[in-house]
Ligand binder design. Structure first.
Ligand code: TRP
Length: 450
């Protein structure tokens, strides 16, 4: 991203730069760490199909809505919502969507950074050859002992956060995002290698039917809400981040086409990760419901038992950490932008303040895996609570408010011109006016009565 100063809000140097930043934000731990374990927890194909439906019918419209509003607002998410609401003759109170998003960004980044720390830690573990010849039981033990060590978790969380803060404070996010041009295809290629490894040595058929053989009966209220929440999480929606990116966007960019590119790339990486991991799960008799440790227990088995696995494992976790960083900078960026535009603090000061608050919150998440594992609120530890509260609550609700605002509170004529859809506009309008909001409502109500 080109740097922005207080009053001259910059624009993307190129359409490619914008797409890279959006993909960089979208593709991250959500695709490789979270998606597979949620698949495992929610019955495989049941989750896969509801997730794909949520991505297309709800994610895509909301992604383009965020960009459209951001492009008109030309400011940080809170002020952008306010500006656009005023232009449309609506209440300034709509700014609250931007505010809840910015707040949610802090909450997500706090636990995201802990997992980013795991990934960085695994660069060292894999590179040292630790996983050579290991069985699933042994890689499981490595993971469990990492969680049991609070000092280690805190150190890696601190390193991950420090790198994030450094990149955002130095205003070099653009450089990192340009790096995605090489790193993302490489990450996809590595996943491809792991899929081939799984197809040759793992229980590939079993994995395929787990992931794709329809099992409609397994779709229940919880699967629906998890899939919806994950669609928001993986596309970086509902936090005003895409809104902020839209604010740097020129009028010439085709929003829907760009949104489709981001959605397809993001989904492809997630599905590849699922295809890489589950053959290993079945071949080693591991539990599909292992939860957050799934990736960190399965992939090391593959790296530990393939030739050249030490180097490949090292590079893989480097790429994963890189993908996590391009997402974490996007999570920090929008609140920094707000502080920078609204207070007297400059970029470095704003980043330090926001970053330190997030780091502190993250300490609580890290400790919830060990010394604070008994601290429970509504039966969830701090890490789970932050995850559930954001994915199943704040993200869908702010996304809902954003599409409702676009569908029912903005002048539709200008949106038609902006989306450049011609005759197909009516269909699209039906999607963001009715399908997307009603979809969110149904999922919420199901959850309440389920
Ligand atoms: N989408 C990222 C991932 O899948 C995480 C992320 C970055 C995010 N920015 C976000 C999630 C904003 C929600 C909102 O790893």
């Amino acid at each position: 991203m080109t740097s922005n100063h207080k009053h001259t809000h910059a624009q993307w140097g190129s359409r490619l730069g914008f797409i890279l930043a959006a993909v960089g934000s979208a593709v991250g731990l959500g695709n490789i760490w979270k998606f597979p374990y949620m698949l495992g927890k929610s019955g495989g194909s049941a989750f896969m199909f509801t997730y794909l439906a949520c991505i297309v019918l709800i994610g895509l419209p909301i992604l383009s809505a965020e960009w459209l509003i951001g492009r008109r607002g030309q400011r940080n998410p809170i002020d952008a919502m306010k500006t656009v609401a005023q232009q449309e003759g609506r209440s300034k109170a709509w700014a609250i969507i931007g505010a809840s998003g910015t707040l949610g960004g802090y909450l997500i980044l706090s636990f995201y950074s802990v997992i980013g720390g795991w990934s960085m830690n695994y660069i060292v573990k894999a590179g040292s050859g630790l996983f050579s010849g290991m069985t699933g039981e042994q890689t499981g033990a490595v993971f469990t002992s990492m969680l049991a060590n609070p000092t280690g978790l805190l150190i890696w969380h601190t390193i991950f956060m420090a790198v994030t803060i450094f990149i955002v404070a130095a205003g070099v996010t653009g450089g990192l995002e340009r790096g995605s041009k090489i790193m993302m295809p490489l990450l996809a290629a590595f996943l491809g290698v792991l899929v081939i490894y799984g197809a040759n040595t793992g229980h590939f058929g079993e994995a395929l039917s787990f992931l794709f053989k329809p099992d409609w009966g397994a779709i229940n209220a919880d699967v629906l809400l998890s899939a919806l929440g994950h669609a928001f999480f993986t596309l970086s929606l509902g936090m005003g981040i895409m809104l902020a990116y839209g604010s740097y966007l020129g009028k010439e960019v085709n929003l829907l086409r760009s949104a489709a590119i981001v959605v397809i790339l993001d989904t492809a990486i997630a599905v590849l990760a699922g295809l890489a991991i589950f053959p290993i799960v079945f071949a080693n008799g591991l539990d599909t419901e292992a939860g957050p440790g799934l990736v960190f227990v399965t992939l090391p088995i593959a790296f530990g038992n393939m030739s050249g696995g030490t180097v490949l494992g090292l590079i893989f976790f480097l790429l994963l950490s890189f993908a996590a960083l391009t997402s974490s900078i996007s999570l920090l960026e929008s609140s920094v932008e707000f502080l920078e535009e609204r207070t007297r603090m400059n970029r470095v000061g704003s980043t330090l303040v926001a970053g330190i608050v997030v780091w502190l919150l993250g300490v609580a998440s890290a400790l919830s895996f060990n010394v604070w594992s008994d601290v429970k609120i509504m039966d969830l530890n701090i890490f789970d609570l932050l995850d559930v509260f954001t994915s199943k609550f704040t993200l869908p609700l702010s996304g809902f408010a954003i599409v409702v605002f676009m569908g029912w509170f903005m002048k539709q004529d200008s949106i038609r011109d902006e989306l450049r859809l011609g005759g197909a506009f009516k269909i699209w309008q039906f999607i963001y006016r009715v399908i997307a909001p009603v979809g969110v409502i149904i999922v919420f109500v199901q959850q309440l009565i389920g």
